[in-house]
Write a protein that binds this ligand. Structure first.
Ligand SMILES: [Cu+2]
Length: 411
């Protein structure tokens, strides 16, 4: 085989570069759910207003530098010509090329510092949500406050943080184990959540809807499965959501599958998971002790599991997707709803017909198979025998049927 000529080689390079560029453009698809360039709240808009002009300036500088380098490489390539006269220094050029970038950097720095200060401002917030990261899910709790339309009994939930639309929400964030980072690209920038510290962040969404995000700091084996969503609801819908979260516990009907599920839940799950209002056979409250079971010392509160529509670090859907083309599934109906229809659909929660039973079953059957905890099983010793996530529980298929019937009533 003859070696490729210069011409075919440069054609190949051009083809690869073209394909790369096309891939880059494909990344700009407009329906990307985590697109910082589609701001849906004030802070994200402030970031966007800075990022776009800075990218434009940086892009222009990049293009000019690349063009000049290309020109020099071609123009002065070695053709066997004699070495040109050697000179040293050119003060005008050197001073000019120092001052010009300095001016550009100052020009970028002034709006950047202004933006950072605007983003840090949390004084105009009127609703508090505590956010706690742990391997590999986020807990959201709403302390007693006058904000958020008034909260008299704390609310604890996970995976989906529900906020009133057009309201400045104050996030107070921390972590129970390693450093995580809270990031909802369409609503605000990233904020690291660090054990032993409380970091604040302002969150606001203009319209009702679901805004996806993911943990943005590598935090262990299942970091990629640590997602979260902010759900924004109109004022009235937010009040309904609060009332639903605090509704009285309803025990399953006697002798039903769900009632067997309740018994099984107490036996297998309640040592980690709290269900508020749940009583044992003697009528005593069942209180979870996740601090004795899992390393971060917490597990999701399952009192209202079916009011959220994703689970296990928002990594799997609780709502089923449409199987066939053209059929609108339960998930799409909510996720793709227009802002004016969204609240009502979200508040319906997950019904039996809409449950994504496949993933929930797999989770109960073997959670670590879906969300690995350890690269090396001996790491269990490093955490004093406590698990980093939900362990394998060796449940029978009958038990899983019962538990799903029970969980379906947790609304
Ligand atoms: Cu994380």
């Amino acid at each position: 085989m003859t070696p490729p000529t210069v011409r075919t080689r440069s054609r190949r390079v051009a083809a690869v570069a073209g394909a790369g560029f096309a891939l880059l453009l494909a990344g700009c698809a407009r329906d990307a759910p985590q697109d910082t360039f589609q701001p849906a709240g004030e802070n994200a808009e402030i970031i966007d207003d800075l990022a776009v002009p800075v990218f434009a300036i940086a892009g222009l500088v990049g293009i000019i530098v690349a063009a000049v380098i290309t020109w020099v490489v071609i123009r002065y390539r070695d053709r066997g010509q004699p070495i040109p006269e050697q000179t040293h220094g050119k003060p005008i050029l050197e001073i000019g090329l120092t001052i010009l970038p300095a001016l550009i950097l100052v020009g970028v720095a002034i709006p950047t510092v202004g933006t950072l200060m605007a983003l840090n401002d949390t004084e105009d917030t009127e609703c508090i949500v505590n956010v706690t990261g742990q391997q590999w899910w986020w807990e959201f709790d709403y302390p007693v406050q006058d904000g958020c339309g008034g909260i008299e009994t704390p609310i604890v939930t996970s995976g989906q943080m529900v906020i009133p639309a057009e309201t400045n929400v104050l996030i107070r964030g921390t972590s129970r184990d390693v450093i995580h980072s809270f990031w909802i690209p369409r609503l605000n920038g990233k904020r690291d959540m660090v054990p032993g510290r409380i970091h604040t962040l302002r969150m606001q969404a203009y319209e009702p809807g679901i805004y996806a995000g993911q943990c943005a700091e590598f935090c262990g084996l299942s970091h990629a499965n640590m997602r979260m969503e902010v759900v924004s609801l109109d004022g009235g819908d937010f009040e309904t959501w609060k009332a639903n979260q605090l509704a009285e516990y309803e025990a399953p009907e006697a002798d039903s599958l769900a009632a067997e599920g309740e018994t099984s839940f107490i036996a297998n799950c309640s040592r980690c998971h709290q269900v508020d209002g749940l009583l044992d056979a003697d009528g005593n409250p069942v209180v979870s002790r996740p601090d004795q079971q899992v390393y971060p010392g917490a597990a999701p509160n399952l009192t209202n599991l079916m009011t959220r529509n994703t689970f296990a670090g928002a990594s799997w859907d609780l709502l089923s997707e449409s199987g066939r083309e053209g059929v609108v599934g339960c998930r799409e109906r909510v996720w793709e709803a227009e802002p004016e229809d969204f609240g009502e659909l979200y508040l319906q929660g997950v019904s039996e017909d809409c449950l994504n039973e496949v993933d929930l079953r797999e989770w109960l059957r073997n959670a670590p198979a879906k969300k690995p905890m350890y690269a090396d099983p001996e790491q269990l010793e490093q955490t004093d025998g406590l698990y980093r996530g939900m362990p394998y529980l060796a449940l029978s298929e009958d038990q899983i049927d019962q538990l799903i019937a029970y969980l379906l009533e947790r609304k």
